[in-house]
Design a protein around this ligand. Structure first.
Ligand code: NAG
Length: 298
């Protein structure tokens, strides 16, 4: 008797669960709602009704912004137009990071250069405090002429870095083989423009030319397709359970199960062959006892 009445309730709550889950699945993307300027004493600005954000740097300070939410998995995209002209010594960052010891972090850093020489795009992944996974690239375009899209796709199996939707790096979850993966710690998104002329450009040889200051980077079209962390749980936590429902069957949730198909894989390999200028996996001096484990796995 009691089973007969509980059946419809169960079905009903399943439907509710699924739909609330779709709604909670944040698809935000406004500088006014999802981002706050976090430092720089007026050097970071949100302009044009939230359509444009600018960060600037002078000899007294840089500036930065952060997301109002923390995320536990997501696809985060933003368009950036980097500091033009002589940007040597400046670093523009766009990264996710958790707090506390043994932190997780997923980094994009753009290292400036003297006029006419290429920016270096520096990437890194930290899991449970362990980083040292740098890969650096030059770009196949001038990142100071126009806006280009930079994206971090972070799901339970992959951390994928994309430039104009072309994957440049895929850090896979090899937890089963003893390699930590950023999985449990919610991360906030951060971005900054600051001076790093002690190391950034040509190994610290080229200093920032303060006569060019203020240096300015421009941002637009921020988009977070992400699972929002509320302090106790994630807005997509049911996605981990084998419910058969993925976060939205529409394209909005595709990132959660995304992995590279053979076309994207070939494009990534093309970028890596032609534009990668540093790869920790190939740095024999740094790992005399053999390459890091994830570099030996496919
Ligand atoms: C700057 O330009 C030099 C010379 O082309 C290049 O080797 C270097 O990777 C570039 N980027 C940085 C950040 O130094």
């Amino acid at each position: 008797m009691s089973t007969a009445t509980s059946m419809p309730i169960l079905t009903c709550s399943l439907v509710l669960l699924t739909s609330s889950f779709l709604i909670n699945f944040a698809n935000g993307g406004s500088f006014t709602d999802d981002i706050r300027i976090s430092w720089g004493n007026g050097r970071g600005k949100i302009l044009d009704n939230g359509k444009i954000l600018t960060l600037s740097l002078d000899q007294y300070s840089g500036s930065g912004f952060e997301s109002t939410h923390e995320y536990l998995y997501g696809r985060l995209d933003v368009q950036i137009k980097l500091v033009a002209g002589n940007s040597a010594g400046t670093v523009t960052t766009f990264y996710l990071s958790s707090k506390g010891p043994a932190h997780d972090e997923i980094d994009f850093e753009f290292l400036g250069n003297v006029t006419g020489e290429p920016y270096t795009l520096h990437t890194n992944v930290f899991a449970q405090g362990k980083g040292d996974r740098e890969q650096q690239f030059h770009l196949w375009f001038d990142p100071t002429k126009d806006f280009h899209t930079y994206s971090i796709l972070w799901n339970p199996q992959h951390v994928i870095f994309l430039v104009d939707n072309i994957p440049i790096r895929d850090f896979k979850n090899h937890e089963s083989r003893g390699v930590f993966f950023p999985k449990k710690q919610p991360m906030r998104l951060y971005s900054s423009l600051w001076n790093a002329d002690d190391w950034a450009t040509q190994g610290g040889l080229v200093k920032t030319d303060w006569a060019q200051a203020p240096f300015t980077a421009y941002y637009r079209n921020f988009n977070a397709n992400a699972c929002v962390w509320n302090g106790r749980s994630s807005s997509c936590s049911s996605a981990d359970k084998p419910m058969g429902s993925t976060p939205s069957s529409s394209t909005k949730g595709d990132w959660y199960r995304h992995e590279l198909d053979s076309y994207s894989y070939r494009r990534m390999r093309w970028v890596q062959r032609k534009y990668m200028v540093y790869n920790y996996c190939a740095d024999i001096k740094r790992s005399p006892r053999g390459r890091p484990r994830e570099c030996r796995l496919r």
